[in-house]
Design a protein around this ligand. Structure first.
Ligand SMILES: Nc1ncnc2c1ncn2[C@@H]1O[C@H](COP(=O)(O)OP(=O)(O)OP(=O)(O)O)[C@@H](O)[C@H]1O
Ligand SMILES: [Mg+2]
Length: 203
């Protein structure tokens, strides 16, 4: 069996928020978003995470990528504690959120790619290889040259994926990457995930 990449035991996340109680007053509230879940994911697995709206999927992924600190329980990802957000850890993962854009709105996607190249310190040769390969598979040669604000949802999503995977992370979290895409685009994106998984031995 392959090594454990994600280990989660009794993960619980409670949000502390305030809810409205009329016009001028609010009341403290605790929301138990994730209720003691446990699972393990092994190297090179492709795993789907399903549940109804509000089940806690996004919250769990945020805990796994270190954006949120768990209330209790054990979380170990690639041997790291995600909440510490160590540089070595962040270099190895990616979190793609279909609801959020990381591309610069006024610039062409290729400009965001170049920015990410600098942020992650990707060498020229590797950058050129990866971009060329992904752009070809996703068929976005022309798309990456237009301002992001002019792209269709499906075009933008394909560019988002490239921007997020340029540093070739070994572990990728995708939160609703196919939201709003037509069936053909959804299919293509799933195929791309498969190709990436095999090409880079990623989980
Ligand atoms: N920042 C927050 N503060 C308070 N409550 C939150 C916060 N974020 C999420 N929640 C609540 O936590 C619960 C789980 O939310 P989460 O976004 O993790 O669900 P989800 O499974 O991703 O749902 P969806 O399928 O709609 O994306 C929901 O009840 C939500 O209202
Ligand atoms: Mg969600």
């Amino acid at each position: 069996m392959k090594e454990t990449v994600v280990h989660v035991k009794n993960l619980k996340k409670i949000y502390h928020t305030r809810v409205s109680r009329g016009l001028f007053s609010t009341e403290k509230r605790e929301v138990e978003a994730v209720k003691e879940i446990s699972f393990d994911i092994y190297g090179e697995e492709v795993v789907g995470f399903i549940g109804p709206n509000g089940a806690g999927k996004t919250t769990t992924l945020k805990c796994l990528s270190g954006l949120l600190v768990p209330t209790s329980g054990e979380v170990e990802v690639l041997g790291f504690k995600p909440e510490k957000r160590k540089k070595e850890f962040l270099q190895k993962i990616a979190l793609v959120m279909g609801q959020k854009s990381q591309l610069w709105w006024e610039l062409a996607p290729i400009e965001t790619f170049k920015l990410n190249k600098e942020i992650y310190g990707i060498p020229d040769k590797e950058y050129n290889e990866v971009v060329n390969e992904m752009v070809e598979i996703l068929d976005i040669q022309e798309v990456i040259l237009k301002p992001t604000r002019n792209l269709s949802l499906g075009e933008r999503m394909r560019c988002e994926i490239v921007a997020a995977l340029l540093h070739t992370p070994e572990l990728v979290f995708l939160d609703e990457p196919t939201i709003g895409l037509d069936v053909v685009s959804q299919h293509n994106l799933r195929e791309f995930v498969k190709v990436y998984n095999q090409r880079y031995k990623a989980t």
